[in-house]
Write a protein that binds this ligand. Sequence first.
Ligand SMILES: Cc1cc2nc3c(=O)[nH]c(=O)nc-3n(C[C@H](O)[C@H](O)[C@H](O)COP(=O)(O)OP(=O)(O)OC[C@H]3O[C@@H](n4cnc5c(N)ncnc54)[C@H](O)[C@@H]3O)c2cc1C
Length: 709
Amino acid sequence: MKKLLGLVMSLAMVLSLGACSSSTEETGTYTPGTYTGEAQGYGGTVTVTITTDANQITEVTIEGPDETPTVGGAALEELINQIMEAQSTEIDGVSGATMTSNAVMSALESALNQAKGVEEEIAALTDGTYSATTTGYSWTGMISGDVTITDGKIADITITEEHESETGEIAQTAFDNMIPRIIENQSLATDVVTGATSTSNAIKDLVSQAIEQAGGKPSQWMTPVEKKTDTVTLEGYDVIVVGLGGSGILSYAAAAESGATVFGIEKAAKLGGQSATTTGPMVINSSAPAFEGVTFANPDDVYQTWIEYVESEEKADIIHEAVYNSGAYLDYYINNFGFEFEGMIMSFAKPEWSQFWTRYVGEDGTTNIFGPNKTYQFDRAMETAKAMNEKNDYMLELTAEELIMEDGAVKGVRAVSYDGTTYEIYGDSVILATGGYIGDAEMVEEYWGAMPNTVAATINDGAGIKMGLAAGGTTYMIGVDPMIHILQIPNMIKNNDLTADQKAILSALALVKGQTSVTVDGEALDPTLSEAMIPDYKYYVVYSEDEINSFKENGLPENFATATSMFMGQGGSFEVGTPVSDIDTILEVGMEYNNVLKADSIADLAEQIGCDEATLSATLGGNDTTYYAVICQGYTYGTVGGLDVDINMNVLTEDGTPIENLYAVGTDSMGVENIEGKPYTPWGGQAQSWTFVSGYLGGKAAAEYGLSK
Ligand SMILES: Cc1cc2nc3c(=O)[nH]c(=O)nc-3n(C[C@H](O)[C@H](O)[C@H](O)COP(=O)(O)OP(=O)(O)OC[C@H]3O[C@@H](n4cnc5c(N)ncnc54)[C@H](O)[C@@H]3O)c2cc1C
């Protein structure tokens, strides 16, 4: 890779020199040509490419695919204009996007030096320990770290404060893997840990800031990291499982317990996937001691309600299994693989189903709703399952890319490890368990037509569904609306531009009930809608200037008392009735991050919302004044629809024929329990229950097929 880069650069030099000599005696500041510099931005690598003639920059492109679209992403255009105008790195940058701006300046400097033919002097680092703070994944606080430079090299990175763990365990994989890898590679071009992109980039940013403090230039620390190119072949498995989240581990376990030899492929640096962050599954008629004394919902009632909801008996056999045997499958995993649950929660659907779904026990003994720590349950199950046959194995940080097909038949899986090694893994049957397609913007656009905000793992990018389709499978109810249980402002402010208490007020302005709320069409929002049913996953809570002034003087009224987010609270609080003297600041920062619209008339507000003025005017009672509209948006948990499967979880072709050795479980096939045009069956715990039901059925069937070969 290094060599390739060198070649491309020298080729550029030769070409530009050629251009120089042919353009007679043209001499100037630059050797005309195209030059590229890179630096670490807010969300990842920022690349600046300039084209110059002899004296000026004639074109600039900036690529920052991982910069937050609403902040750093939007800044890129403005930065291009500034560079073209200044013709140098002496630009103002964009406020609110400091990290992106700094990265652009740094990358531009590198590109300009190349254009000038200046052999960039490597800026030596002054030894010492440098402290830095940045934003990562968490919406509850920033990350701080100390970076020690010894003998001009990155010698140590210590995280001194972090809030990432409050929002899930996945961040730990970045702390565990990024830090040693950056130190080993001495490069900010070290790949992020898959599944922990934001935390990985935050660590890189801490180092980038430290390099600057030490007198260095971050753009000089982008040495490409060489990848391996070899291919390793693994053979002789009865079952291969693609994705070791909930449903993958449960199918791996069921296959292993059947006596099959199993290989598991997991893209992330940890087991458990999204399933390790969930509350738990729905369960009916379990006989496990944990559920002693529980009054389970009546399975006949649940089954009948379900069939009526999906308006079809086409998948009645599967729904029957999911209802009548949900308890039995849970018991199987409790008894054989040590899963632990405690307590029951009521169903969202019917008050009489008062004990409907249960909660995983967390490692600290609590049954928390969101966040750490349930991975240990999945780790333990994998350990037990792996030990059932000495050939059983699995790998982390291994991304399945495609099925190996021979003569139209599935023979195995081709996967690439984070270090670049390709693995060709051959087996008799393959189970797809990659957790749906929320991370693939194109699929989301194709099946829903809009990209909602999400708290789900975008690592789940439809790989399994695409593999199933490539093997001849078809989809079932793939366009079911996403799972939505959370509402919040669209752009969480992760830095300290607002205090936690100010953030709580901003969120409350979006989450409050009983305030005029309008849809994207300017109509009044139906107050009986649940978040799962919000059209376009977004609406506006509208305040007149008088109301805002009243909040400033008299505080927030009583209906704000419960306007807090259960899932995405930011650690702050407020008291009803206490004057919000800083509400102007809160709204201004809200506007800066595109969470609040300010309009000086109904016409202006209609234009900003993009709706019909007359409709909005009717909704607002025709009162033409200054308005603040706080945006409230649904955050999805993931996708629902996927591949079509039968009761064995065999992937089906369009004419309903099973692909004999290909299976799909979990959210890769959950459309079979749902119907397009309605939210996913709103009982509560259905997706997790499906990981157990489909994991068991798919694992057993794949093992039986593999063992028969
Ligand atoms: C915050 C939150 C809370 C939730 N709470 C609940 C709840 O309480 N109850 C409920 O029923 N549902 C809940 N859900 C829904 C939840 O998404 C599903 O229940 C469940 O996780 C789906 O299991 P799965 O096995 O399909 O996906 P996952 O558990 O996410 O597993 C998919 C795995 O595949 C891996 N993978 C993806 N692509 C590849 C590839 N190419 N190669 C190799 N590996 C790959 C991923 O890294 C991941 O480990 C919640 C979701 C969220 C976001």
